[in-house]
Design a protein around this ligand. Structure first.
Ligand code: BES
Ligand code: ZN
Ligand code: ZN
Length: 494
């Protein structure tokens, strides 16, 4: 599906169908030409409500407001409904709000999401009849916009939304078809396509790096672990970022075995790693002027005669010893070694990790919200603002010294679980904090995506299954941080 924006009015464009948005249920707007027909059909224009008038070739969709979240959702619903009409080409006008760029992007993004289905394993594939969307450079409130600039916004949004869908596809892939080896091959393929550097470490490589925690988790699996280090290095980067992703291609819980009901969906425990891949895909395709490293710890957490056990003491890459009291708290063990690797090899200006780390985070924030944690208030603030602007939800969970004490071990430097049943999302992050060197404390952000990464029921424009959580917010944060740096530089030079 191609989306373009042209310097024309809606009536000058030839298409099989047109999308018309009804804002705030206002059927009296001049663009709503079939008010009576719509009323006869019982269409009220509620959010995401659609009505197709075949003889007029118009698809009406409701949006509660001009807020970008509502517009994104309405356009996703509109495209999904249009796919059933068989229309091949579609046209629409602009619905600009407070920020024109944001709404143009939301429209394009919504349509790419509305065209998404995960049907790799269905004998009968979903249909994607719409091949071309033409957006007229004509705003429904008469707001002026530079058509050339708007074309750039569309391009940006389509690139990012496709990277989100790419992430969704990998997360949705069943565990036997997305083993650590295959996930590493996906990274290699991305590197080849997008001109990235890529290093893959196998068990021998992990041993050479003293990654005792990561190796312990991987031991009982028949599929060997992989550490992937991707890098995107443009000339004269503005700053350097390391992204670390939890890539548990399956989490059975290990010997602290999950109950069967909780094991279902654990193919999604690789969503952090997949988000990192999606972010690198988007950043390299957008050509952002920053150096980005993606470090993925890919493994399964399985049972077997050689499985690591509760009571084992492991030694992480930074030399710290870890008492294992629950083998289902495995993500933090893999991340501990990968975070050490990122600091040592990359020496980044920012260190972000993405992980479906705790059920506790889902209890705290609900299924749709990413848990944001770290030591730096300004960093957390700027990141959560970017997430909101990108259409993703975050909630900040605060650290405190008392929770940190709950990780104390009698026999090792730290315990892999807290001694309390409460505050599990924060104590997991505070465990990771043991593997963040002093100079990186204020450069580090931890994102627990256990809730939004994989939801079994559709929500808004997100389909059932993987959502690609983390990709849009991070790309947006990069863009905003680059802009902010540019502004500061301009000020300094005056
Ligand atoms: N992968 C799970 C966390 C998870 C739970 C992700 C639900 C998505 C949905 C993680 O490895 C895990 O099992 N965490 C344990 C930690 C506990 C043993 C301290 C949990 O959350 O129960
Ligand atoms: Zn687990
Ligand atoms: Zn896990």
């Amino acid at each position: 599906m191609q989306i373009e924006i042209v310097n024309k009015k809606r009536h000058e464009i030839d298409a099989d169908a047109e999308i018309v948005c009804v804002i705030e249920k206002n059927l009296d707007h001049p663009w709503v030409e079939e008010k009576e027909l719509l009323q006869l059909a019982g269409f009220e224009g509620g959010q995401d409500e659609t009505c197709f008038l075949p003889e007029k070739r118009r698809l009406y969709v409701g949006s509660d407001s001009l807020h970008h979240d509502d517009i994104r959702s309405a356009y996703a619903a509109a495209l999904r409904a249009l796919r059933k009409t068989g229309a091949k080409s579609v046209k629409t006008g602009l619905y600009l709000g407070k920020c024109s760029a944001q709404n143009v992007k939301a429209m394009a993004e919504g349509m790419v999401f509305g065209d998404y289905d995960y049907d790799a394993y269905k004998s009968e594939k979903a249909k994607h009849p719409v091949t071309r969307v033409t957006i007229a450079c004509e705003d429904f409130n008469g707001k002026e916009i530079d058509c050339g600039k708007a074309a750039g916004y569309v391009q940006n949004a389509v690139t990012v939304a496709r990277a989100v869908n790419y992430t969704r596809n990998i997360v949705n892939t069943p565990p036997d078809d997305m083993t650590p080896e295959i996930l590493a091959l996906k990274a290699v393929a991305l590197a080849e396509e997008n001109g990235l550097e890529c290093i893959v470490l196998d068990e021998k490589g992990l041993e050479a790096e003293n990654m005792g925690a990561f190796l312990a988790v991987s031991r009982a699996s028949d599929h060997p672990p992989r550490l992937v280090h991707l890098s995107y290095k443009p000339e004269n980067p503005r700053f350097k970022v390391a992204l670390v992703g939890k890539g548990l291609t399956y989490d059975s819980g290990g010997l602290s075995l999950k109950p069967s009901d909780y094991m279902v969906t654990m193919k999604s425990d690789k969503a952090g790693a997949c988000a990192v891949l999606g972010i690198l895909k988007a950043v390299s395709e957008l050509g952002l002027p920053i150096e980005v490293h993606g470090i993925i710890g890919a493994t399964e957490n399985m049972i077997g005669g050689n499985a690591y056990k509760p009571d084992d003491v492991l030694k992480a890459k930074n030399g710290k010893t870890i008492e294992v009291r629950n083998t289902d708290a495995e993500g933090r063990l893999v991340l501990a070694d990968c975070l050490c690797y990122a600091q040592e090899k990359v020496a980044p200006d920012y260190l972000l990790d993405f992980a479906t780390l705790t059920g506790a985070c889902v209890v705290a924030l609900g299924e749709y919200t990413t848990g944001l944690m770290g030591h730096d208030r300004a960093l957390k603030h700027s990141f959560s603002k970017a997430a909101t602007n990108a259409g993703e939800l975050t909630g900040t969970l605060p650290f405190n010294r008392y929770l940190k004490k709950l990780l104390k071990s009698d026999i090792a430097d730290v315990c892999n679980i807290s001694s309390s049943r409460y505050g599990g999302a924060i104590t997991a992050a505070l465990f990771l904090d043991h593997f963040i060197e002093k100079e990186y404390k204020h450069k580090w952000l931890h994102l627990d995506i256990a809730g939004p990464a994989y939801v079994e029921k559709p929500w808004g424009y997100n389909p059932a299954g993987a959502s690609g959580a983390g990709v849009r917010m991070t790309v947006k944060w990069f863009e905003q941080t680059i802009k902010q740096l540019n502004r500061e530089e301009k000020h300094a030079s005056h």
